[in-house]
Ligand binder design. Structure first.
Ligand SMILES: [Zn+2]
Length: 222
């Protein structure tokens, strides 16, 4: 009898330690999965929790892309990223945005490529190594190429009245390269903060990198 009891106890202890091992494995797995914000199996675009580190805009993800949206008085800007949040060129992408105002009115405008204006806060990245992105011009630490400014898709609209109430923007981007040429997602904008910046606010430089801040004046390479 006591033997059976001991065996049962051993079995129970074994079961417990198995459970702990499984739990530990599950916890580890979840931690590892938590890092990339994009869910490759998602059927519908999801919302990333965090704001984009580059422009501070709202981020939505689709199966293969991420989109950062900035609201401004004169419309919106949409920046394209790969699923792992590296800047992507606008390329042939275009699209449209439908603004849905709280009073029930809507406005639909095209999304067209827009280059950052001189002096405007912008993100610069390497076309070959887009993980190297920063808030000022420079050269890629891997290949030495000049970093290029990140264009956006801009939808022009007078959004000043949106500061008096909530607004939604249903955004469709088409013409992207790869297996997901189009995506639609919705961002909401709770006006209130009267003066949305007309241009993206200065992005926080990820990390100052060596040799990047040699300003102007070409040449220099022996
Ligand atoms: Zn590079």
């Amino acid at each position: 009898m006591s033997n059976r009891g001991t065996l049962a106890g051993a079995a129970a202890r074994l079961g417990t330690s198995l459970a702990v091992a499984v739990l530990a494995a599950a916890t580890f797995g979840a931690g590892a999965l938590a890092r990339p914000p994009a869910d490759p199996n998602a059927q519908t675009p999801g919302r990333a929790e965090q704001k984009c580190r580059l422009h501070g805009g709202q981020v939505s993800t689709s199966r293969q892309h991420a989109f950062e949206t900035l609201f401004a008085r004169d419309g919106i800007r949409v920046f394209l990223y790969s699923a792992d949040l590296n800047p992507m060129p606008v390329g042939r992408a275009t699209g449209s945005v439908r603004f849905e105002f709280k009073d029930g009115s809507t406005t639909e405008v095209p999304l067209l490529p827009r280059k950052p204006l001189p002096g405007e806060p912008a993100v610069y990245y390497c076309s070959m190594h887009p993980q190297h992105a920063q808030a000022q011009p420079g050269v890629c630490p891997e290949c030495g190429m000049d970093l290029i400014p990140q264009w956006s898709l801009a939808g022009k609209a007078d959004l000043s009245r949106a500061t008096r109430g909530e607004m939604k923007a249903v955004i469709t981007v088409t013409g992207m390269p790869g297996g997901e040429p189009a995506a639609t997602f919705t961002e909401s904008y709770a006006g209130g903060r009267a003066s949305a910046p007309e241009t993206p606010r200065a992005p926080a430089a990820p990390k100052p990198k060596q040799g990047v801040s040699r300003g102007g004046g070409g040449g220099g390479a022996g």
